[in-house]
Design a protein around this ligand. Structure first.
Ligand code: ADP
Ligand code: MG
Length: 700
């Protein structure tokens, strides 16, 4: 048996179980070795029932003596009860809500290990465990030696379909006993320097911890064995990213000239003095653009930090060098915003800015495509549809891309510029990204951070209001509007296809228009409106004709109306942190004090944490970190976001410090490998073992 042996050939697996394992991404022996237990249980010190004390967590080995499934009724919630004994005269009770299914598992006479919190049942005076974890011990041969499951520190795996934690333990043990120990590819110098155990030792410890293991370290994923595997995972990921960055530096790109003329044009365009951070970031971008290979740079900055202005400066560099610029936005609304913004900025310079919208008539589109193809349009704004085959740029030099579309767009750009020089790419994020994510998902890009807001910004005052006091919110909105300002009222329609939610938003709009604010002009904006209507509503809000804009989250990104000072978010508990911060960023863009009112019902605990984070902080980077911690890496971008590498041992939130170390070591290793041979071996290893897992990392 070796690492590549399919699990289906391991004794005790078979086709049926192999399928369930595969559903978890476990196909080969190696995959299973990379499937660590999520918890360890100390079953060395088993206690007899007699010695149990209420309040403690404990494991007991007992036998089912009697079970009871009271008749299903509303009150007892399908409670299943079992009485356990261990040969003494003492008894232990186990109770499970909705436990009817257990009747077939915990049959009389079954020996089980129970693990749970010991309680005192006030009704019967007996000891009790509510919902204990349990593992039947008396099953047949294939479940292996009992000594695997008791009397030691036992690894607990997350079951894979019908493949139980216990069976996984058995299969993994079989693998450990018969697989040829794999080579250790981690550079030995690094291993010694960091005092890491060998790969094989680490794997064995993780799946089968020795007697004297420190249970606390194991459960915290902090045993030397865990540290080794976590470090390794980050190390190869970061090596892959470093190789990718290095390879990009060998591709031929446009070498833009930074002439005096370029500087003059930028100066002529700037409507205000750039902040220090904007200047610094432009410097970083300009440096990249002057290099003979394509730029791949990510610009991060908090809402309102002025990322778009910096992008416009970069566009001038490209245009003055005789190239075209593509600006790609995630939605049509944002595309029209960018279109208006760039058109206004570039009017003085005489650049032609066009927008290609999916909703234009074919004739119109054909005309615009022609302008782009002939090089008459300097800037083309649109959704990523502008990179489709039928749109041909005469001389594309720079693509300014919204982060949300980065993956698709990068591929497109690769395809479209066949033979020609690759354009520079500037990726902009709407929200700050926690550093750990920036180092993983965005690790193939160079990063710039605009960490300063334009002067004169007053932080938005954020308040939490329960919906029972909504009338006060409306009177506040009324006062602000009376004073000449404007307001947003955002309604949670998460999926624009959700018609019930849309109806609710419409109802809200009618209520505000007809009952609450009959004297003000109110607009409604949502994703389902025809494009022309959306644009009309946005234009009316911009000019101030519409005083209050009721909207779904389509206003989330980029919308810029400095006179708007109030952001009311209805059912704020239903939004994620980053989204709330982004919505809040729509106000506070002018000189006036602005307010964000988060309206909610009664709150659960995590919702309360989210709301509190917002009322206490205006710092997008801090909020992003909190969001990552509260929701976990997988959820951070929502389900649609791809590109997060599959990490088996490592967790970028828990292990952020190791990630930093691994990154430093990986960069050092790639730029100064101990030998060419060592580097070649590493590249080969990444190709063979890690490329599939990290998806993103194509090292060539
Ligand atoms: P972001 O895209 O980072 O959210 P924007 O580029 O939309 O931010 O800028 C937010 C607002 O601040 C815009 O109204 C913009 O015109 C303005 N702005 C940008 N840079 C400056 C600056 N240096 N000084 C004053 N206002 C600025
Ligand atoms: Mg370049």
């Amino acid at each position: 048996m070796n690492l590549d042996t399919p699990l289906v050939y391991v004794k005790g697996v078979g086709p049926f179980r192999a399928e369930m394992l595969e559903a978890k991404g476990l196909v080969t022996v190696n995959d299973l070795l990379h499937y660590p237990p999520f918890r360890y249980e100390d079953r060395t010190n088993l206690k007899p029932i007699e010695k149990l004390a209420p309040g403690e967590m404990a494991t007991v080995i007992v036998e089912v003596q009697a079970t009871r499934l009271p008749k299903a009724g509303r009150k007892n919630l399908g409670m299943f009860e079992a009485t356990f004994g261990d040969g003494s005269r003492y008894k232990l009770l186990g109770k499970w809500f909705h436990g009817a299914y257990l009747a077939n598992v915990l049959v009389e006479g079954t020996r089980v290990a129970l693990y749970g919190k010991v309680e005192f049942d006030t009704y019967t005076g007996e000891l009790l465990m509510m919902h204990p974890e349990f593992e039947p011990l008396s099953a047949g041969d294939e479940e292996g030696d009992h000594s695997l499951h008791t009397g030691r520190v036992v690894p607990i795996y997350e079951a894979a379909g019908k493949v139980s934690a216990k069976l996984l333990r058995v299969i993994t043990r079989r693998i450990l006993d018969s697989v040829t120990p794999p080579d250790d590819f981690l550079p030995s110098q690094l291993r010694e320097q960091m005092k890491l155990p060998s790969r094989w030792d680490a794997m064995r410890t993780i799946h089968s911890p020795p007697e004297d293991s420190d249970l606390r370290l194991l459960n915290a994923f902090r045993s030397p064995a865990h540290l080794r595997m976590i470090f390794e995972e980050f190390f190869w990921l970061e090596c892959g990213l470093a190789l990718k960055r290095r390879k990009a530096k060998t591709v031929e790109g446009v070498q833009f000239q930074l002439t005096e003329r370029v500087r003059e044009k930028i100066k002529a365009m700037l409507p205000f003095k750039p902040t220090g951070a904007q200047k610094r970031v432009l410097g970083e971008i300009a440096h990249d653009m002057a290099e003979p290979h394509p730029m791949n740079r990510l610009v991060q900055g908090d809402v309102g930090s002025g990322k778009t202005l910096v992008a416009a400066e970069a566009a001038i560099i490209a245009i003055e060098n005789g190239y075209q610029v593509a600006v790609l936005a995630p939605t049509e609304i944002l595309a029209s915003q960018h279109f208006a913004y760039f058109k206004a900025l570039f009017q003085k310079l005489g650049y032609a800015v066009v927008m290609l919208s999916g909703s234009y008539r074919p004739k119109e589109k054909a005309k615009l495509r022609q302008l782009i193809e002939q090089g008459l349009a300097h800037v083309a704004v649109g959704t990523h549809a502008i990179l489709e085959d039928d749109v041909k740029f005469k001389k594309l030099g720079l693509a300014i891309v919204d982060e949300q579309h980065r993956f698709g767009v990068m591929q497109r750009l690769k395809l479209m510029e066949k033979g020609a020089k690759k354009p520079d790419v500037l990726v902009m994020t709407a929200t700050p990204i926690p550093r750990t994510l920036a180092l993983t998902i965005y690790g193939d890009l160079d990063t710039s951070v605009i960490d300063e807001l334009p002067p004169g910004r007053r932080p938005v005052v954020t308040k939490h209001v329960f919906d029972s006091r909504i009338e006060e919110v409306w009177s506040f909105v009324g006062r602000e509007v009376q004073a000449g300002r404007q307001a947003y009222v955002v309604y949670p329609v998460i999926e624009e296809s959700d018609t019930t939610a849309l109806k609710a938003a419409e109802k809200m709009y009618l209520h505000l228009r007809d009952t609450v604010f009959p004297d003000f002009t109110i607009g409604l904006l949502h994703g389902k409106l025809p494009q022309s209507e959306k644009e009309g509503v946005m234009a009316d809000f911009k000019t101030g004709r519409i005083r209050i804009l009721v909207s779904t989250t389509v206003v989330e990104v980029g919308v810029d109306v400095p006179n708007a000072t109030v952001m009311v978010i209805e059912q704020a508990e239903r939004f994620g942190l980053a989204q709330l911060h982004q919505l809040r960023g729509r106000v506070g863009r002018g000189g006036n004090q602005s307010y964000c009112l988060l309206v909610t019902e009664k709150l659960g605990e995590t919702a309360r944490d989210r709301i509190r984070t917002l009322t206490e902080s205006n710092d997008g980077f801090h909020i992003a970190e909190m969001d990552l911690r509260l929701r976990g890496p997988g959820e951070f971008f929502g389900t649609k976001q791809s590109g997060l590498p599959t990490l088996r041992f490592a967790n970028i939130v828990r292990d952020s410090e190791l990630l930093e170390v691994a990154r430093t070591e990986a960069n050092a290793f790639i730029s100064h490998p101990p030998s060419e041979e060592a580097l070649r071996r590493a590249i080969q290893y990444i190709r063979d073992h890690w490329q599939r897992r990290y998806g993103l990392v194509q090292v060539g």
